[in-house]
Design a protein around this ligand. Sequence first.
Ligand code: KIV
Ligand code: NA
Length: 251
Amino acid sequence: DSQIKAAALQGRKGGQRIACLTAYDYPTARLLDEAGVGLLLVGDSLGMVVLGYPDTTHVTMEHMLHHVAAVARGNQQALIVGDLPIHSYDSPSQALENAQKLVDAGADAVKLEGGVRQADKVKAIVDAGIPVLGHMGMLPQRVLEEGGYKKKGKSEEEFEAILDGCRALEKAGVFAIVLESVVADTAQRLTDALTVPTIGIGCGEKTCDGEVAVITDLVGAYPWFVPPFAKPQSNIAEDVSKAVRWYIQQA
Ligand code: KIV
Ligand code: NA
């Protein structure tokens, strides 16, 4: 079950690397699960790469529930993590209520952004038996306050602040922590200091216990914005354009 799967992922600290990808729909979830991805994240990046919003602050619980359910229908083996969207976890009771809704829709676990100030929410969810994935470093739900997507962990003060947040999350019971856009050296120090696995995105090569990528970045399906750290392995956007041009020609 969910807790056993989460514990197994937690047990990979320093061992077998964790490969996580986002998925937002049935066919993608089915393909990724059948390919052997152990951790599927229905991220609120949904808002940008599927729903066409400028950032993740427009994503609602209704959006998340709709897409978590689709992913769950395509999945057999993987642990499905659903993102709690912005303002769905402003208090511990609200966090638990919405985490339970994501689980009822088919998620095994949930993710929320932030450290010290989220610890009581994480604890409320974990105490109810729902595994929680943490998220530290660049927090996209705060992109408007921050005025852009910035690298984190450049100074000793920032390292200490992120470490404090991660420790609060560990204490609250997360099974792993996503580190986003943390400078490589700091990500490595955090990975070494923590007892739960770190799962990196935009943190350099092998500085974390695993990696997470947005599926559209990996397969080249969203050509209008490609983050600098993306490692596209196919060009789906070009394939679609080509197929459609052929179709128009022959119609
Ligand atoms: O929403 C998302 O895709 C995420 C990952 C980038 C970690 O939170
Ligand atoms: Na997210």
